[in-house]
Design a binder for this molecule. Structure first.
Ligand SMILES: Nc1nc2c(ncn2[C@@H]2O[C@H](COP(=O)(O)OP(=O)(O)OP(=O)(O)O)[C@@H](O)[C@H]2O)c(=O)[nH]1
Length: 378
């Protein structure tokens, strides 16, 4: 007979501004979990759940919290429902990771976890991912980021491949100052030692520095800084636009649309179908600030060919963006690519990285997986 489960499951909050690399880090973690069973809760800002779709090779259970910021749930009951599902003994999980939306207020999530009455969970710390290449700009626009760093337990200074070494030193010093006494580690493509999440005691200088926010800390913070109102939340000024099309996109028009995207449109993610331009692949698309990248991914057998995009920004004109995207839809063309369609793809291929990252390779879930979608559970 199996003994009753008494151990509490640590719940780690994975936060960081839009596009900083949270999903990439999470995928790295899931691929290098060495037998640790991880449950994942994904909280997307847009209503097409791109993040939930791209969390690959799930082990354990994945639930998606869908549209809107979890930090603004009126009460913690929705989160509690998911935690309840993930902590039942049959899920046999060792760790739960909540990937916050890129606009969430991490301290609100921590507050909800600490207030949860689920006896099977234990708050496992806040991991904040920082995009080294965008850090200065994001901080300038959103001084609130300082507040997020101040409550983190582990900071991952990600995308260090995109900044020069001297610059890295400067950024690191700035992040260390803002997040002290949390440990700060530099990373490329979120490749950190998974043990850092599984076992907080292994974090650099853990014995002296690890600090886990207590409920009292959060209450004090709430009373002190006056930032707790919804209007002060990062996402208050942001809007998301979803676009789905079963008509393929014209590559030239779509690249022209992307090249002229407005300043406030900070993040685009999703998948594009270029029809005859490439019958074999869909193109995963990531824009973060002015950075743009496509990753071709083979269509799965029988998969519906769709373009699905989420655009997130501040001060954007949703109607104009939707109209712009609709105008990118291709006229019916040849079934097989001719020279003209091949040439039209050149603009897209300029943004394709030659060597795909392991994170970009689509994986089928492992056979033992239990995958539960919110719809089935809610
Ligand atoms: N050059 C470089 N690109 C990276 C690195 N880490 C992530 N990326 C890319 O950055 C883009 C955004 O990464 P995601 O992991 O989707 O970011 P996210 O934080 O989950 O994004 P949101 O959920 O929209 O907030 C993708 O194109 C990643 O491949 C890195 O270390 N270096």
């Amino acid at each position: 007979m199996t003994p009753p489960r008494t151990q509490q499951i640590p719940v780690v909050v994975l936060a960081g501004f839009l596009g900083s690399g949270k999903t990439t880090l999470l995928n790295h973690l899931l691929r290098n979990r060495a037998g640790t069973r991880i449950g994942v809760i994904v909280n997307d800002f847009g209503s097409i759940e791109i993040d939930a779709m791209t969390v690959a090779g799930q082990v354990g259970s994945t639930v998606s919290l869908g549209n809107g910021c979890l930090c603004c749930a009126v009460d913690a009951s929705e989160l509690d429902t998911f935690l309840e599902t993930l902590t039942r003994p049959s899920a046999r999980l060792d760790l739960i990771v909540i990937e916050a939306s890129g606009l969430a207020e991490p301290q609100e999530l921590v507050r909800m976890l600490l207030a949860s009455e689920n006896p099977h969970i234990l708050y496992g710390g806040l991991v904040e991912v920082v995009d080294a290449a965008e850090f200065d700009g994001v901080r300038e626009r959103h001084p609130e980021i300082d507040r997020h760093l101040a409550v983190a337990d582990l900071v991952v200074l990600n995308k260090t491949d995109r900044v020069a070494e001297a610059e890295q030193e400067r950024l690191r010093a700035a992040v260390v100052e803002l997040s002290a006494p949390a440990a700060v580690i530099s990373a490329v493509h979120g490749r950190i030692d998974p043990e850092l999440l599984f076992d907080p005691a292994l974090r650099p200088d853990a014995d002296e520095k690890t600090r886990q926010l207590t409920f009292e800390d959060l209450l004090r913070e709430e009373a002190g800084d006056g930032h707790d109102d919804h209007a002060g939340h990062l996402h208050a000024a942001y809007e998301s636009v979803d676009f789905t099309s079963d008509v393929p996109l014209d590559p030239r028009r779509f690249i022209a649309f992307l090249d002229s995207r407005p300043e406030g449109l900070y993040r685009i993610k999703g998948f594009a179908d270029f029809g005859a331009g490439d019958r074999d692949n869909r193109y995963a698309l990531h824009a973060v600030g002015r950075f743009l990248r496509f990753v071709p991914q083979p269509w799965a057998r029988g998969e519906q060919r769709l373009t699905q995009l989420v655009l997130i920004g501040a001060g954007i004109d949703a109607q104009a963006l939707r109209a712009g995207l609709t105008a990118c839809r291709a006229e019916p063309g040849p079934e097989t690519p001719d020279t003209e369609t091949e040439r039209a793809m050149w603009g897209v291929l300029r943004y394709v990285q030659q060597e795909p990252e392991p994170e970009d390779v689509r994986q089928e879930p492992e056979p033992e997986d239990v995958r539960e979608e919110a719809a089935a559970e809610a």
